[in-house]
Design a protein around this ligand. Structure first.
Ligand code: SF4
Length: 243
């Protein structure tokens, strides 16, 4: 999949400004170093491309992996010390469960799409990494199988997936200093039923001995400079996806 991404990028002349590896925790992915090496090879062609690993820096296994990351790879380490992250905004509060959003136009998406860029997950390309995570749980497999063309703004995906995303409710624009502290998990009814259905499916798959590709999910997001896009396309890099 990563090789396909690189191959298609080279084929259509994309020169990505930044490629970021996200998780979950990307360093725990069993193919973490092979993927990183592939991306470094892409960077050999385009030396201005920044390769960045976004890690929580949590625990000895993660830190052992971080030590082995080659020089020249940027590591964004949030250095978490607990599973409670009070500055995170609740992602599992679906706007569709909130009457105030009855008439919302979900095609607008939110700032994350612009700030963090397009995402590639094991299920394909998405307008943002969070959208990929939502589709993974909802199970509709909406991701594009190939690198989207410039004119593909993925609006249908945005419309479908943002209706479930807590970030849509705040536009991800509430600055951290004034954002209410998240002291407990918040999940709206639609998410409760989606998770229950997803867990059941996983249980069934395990009983049947099916290994899910998405059990290890490594997403990466990209931004580009060589083909400027309109507002619907990602073009800025700043970490704000914390799903
Ligand atoms: S609302 Fe959620 S899924 Fe939609 S663009 Fe923002 S972060 Fe992505």
């Amino acid at each position: 999949m990563i090789q396909d991404f690189i191959h298609e990028s080279v084929l259509v002349g994309k020169q990505w400004r930044k490629i970021r590896l996200l998780g979950g925790e990307p360093t725990l992915h069993p193919e973490f170093f092979p993927i990183l090496n592939d991306l470094l090879q892409y960077r050999n062609r385009h030396p201005d491309c920044v390769i960045e690993v976004v890690t929580n820096g949590y625990g000895t296994a993660v830190n052992a992996m971080l030590q082995q990351i080659p020089a020249g790879v940027v590591v964004e380490n949030s250095a978490k010390e607990s599973s409670l992250q009070t500055s995170f905004s609740p992602f599992n509060l679906a706007p569709v469960d909130d009457p105030a959003f009855r008439n919302a136009d979900y095609r607008n998406g939110c700032e994350v799409m612009k700030a963090c860029g397009m995402a590639l997950t094991p299920l394909g390309y998405y307008p943002c990494a969070v959208a990929g995570g939502i589709d993974r749980i909802e199970g509709n497999r909406l991701g594009r199988a190939h690198l989207p063309r410039d004119e593909d703004d993925m609006t249908s995906m945005v419309e479908r997936l943002c209706r479930l995303c807590g970030h849509f409710k705040e536009g991800n624009l509430i600055p951290e200093p004034i954002r209410p502290a998240g002291l407990q998990e918040q999940i709206s009814p639609t998410w409760k039923s989606l998770y229950a259905r997803w867990r059941n499916k996983r249980k069934l798959s395990k009983r049947r001995g099916v290994t899910k590709l998405t059990d290890y999910q490594l997403r990466f997001v990209t931004s580009q400079t060589s083909h400027p896009q309109g507002n619907d396309q990602p073009n800025i890099n700043r970490e704000s996806v914390k799903a």
